[in-house]
Design a protein around this ligand. Structure first.
Ligand SMILES: CC(C)(COP(=O)(O)OP(=O)(O)OC[C@H]1O[C@@H](n2cnc3c(N)ncnc32)[C@H](O)[C@@H]1OP(=O)(O)O)[C@@H](O)C(=O)NCCC(=O)NCCS
Length: 180
């Protein structure tokens, strides 16, 4: 498999949205129930256009087909798409704050083939190049094993409010990068 990685553009938005929905519905089913999954897709998980505008969101294509996406941010919002309620677009200070790893989703047909790791490492490289030495994320329960393997540690368990009293358990995870 030879994935091609590049920055996402607004033209990618419809394909990214389709991928997010397929990814969450299939790959999250082991950890979240159907009401949580459907509520998360209308409130928490969607394309965050801010990341595309910032040039910090990436897409991986395999044989011309979108197979995975993900990115990072120097803004304060921890997780969620453009419609998520708990947002703060103000910039962080790389010297004191942790870059946010954001919205890594893999097409179920390409799961467990290293694309999640590829996107995570690409996001980390860019955050380090921007001066950050700490990374954090609001990890889904599905994502935790991948992030643990890549050096992230659990900071706290959180319940993200979705809609109608439904919440989504996520784990805030942190990684400190030792400068080379
Ligand atoms: C979490 C997710 C991004 C992982 O993507 P992926 O491309 O399948 O991950 P990788 O192939 O890079 O996996 C690397 C390692 O992470 C661990 N891992 C990944 N998915 C796992 C799973 N479902 N269960 C257990 N371990 C898993 C394994 O150690 C794996 O190595 P292995 O396959 O050699 O055992 C993908 O499952 C996904 O898109 N899930 C739905 C959306 C989501 O929750 N995204 C995370 C948002 S924070």
């Amino acid at each position: 498999m030879h994935p091609e990685l590049r920055a996402a553009t607004f033209a990618d938005q419809p394909a990214i949205q389709r991928l997010i929905e397929a990814s969450v519905r299939e790959l999250s089913a082991s950890h979240y129930n159907p009401p949580q999954i459907e509520a998360s897709l209308t409130t928490a998980f969607s394309v965050d256009t801010q990341l595309i505008a910032d040039g910090t969101y990436y897409v991986a294509h395999v044989a011309g087909e979108l197979a995975a996406c993900g990115g990072w941010s120097w803004r304060k919002t921890l997780c969620g798409g453009s419609h998520h309620v708990d947002r703060d677009a103000s910039p962080m200070n790389p010297a004191t704050d942790a870059a946010k790893i954001r919205a890594i989703f893999v097409d179920p047909r390409y799961a467990r083939r290293g694309l999640g790791t590829l996107l995570l490492r690409r996001a980390e490289e860019a955050a380090i190049a921007a001066g950050f030495s700490r990374m954090e994320m609001g990890a889904t329960l599905v994502g935790v094993p991948l992030y643990q393997r890549e050096g992230y540690v659990e900071v706290e368990r959180m319940n993200v409010p979705l809609r109608d009293g439904i919440t989504l358990p996520v784990v805030r995870m942190l990684k400190v990068v030792i400068p080379a």
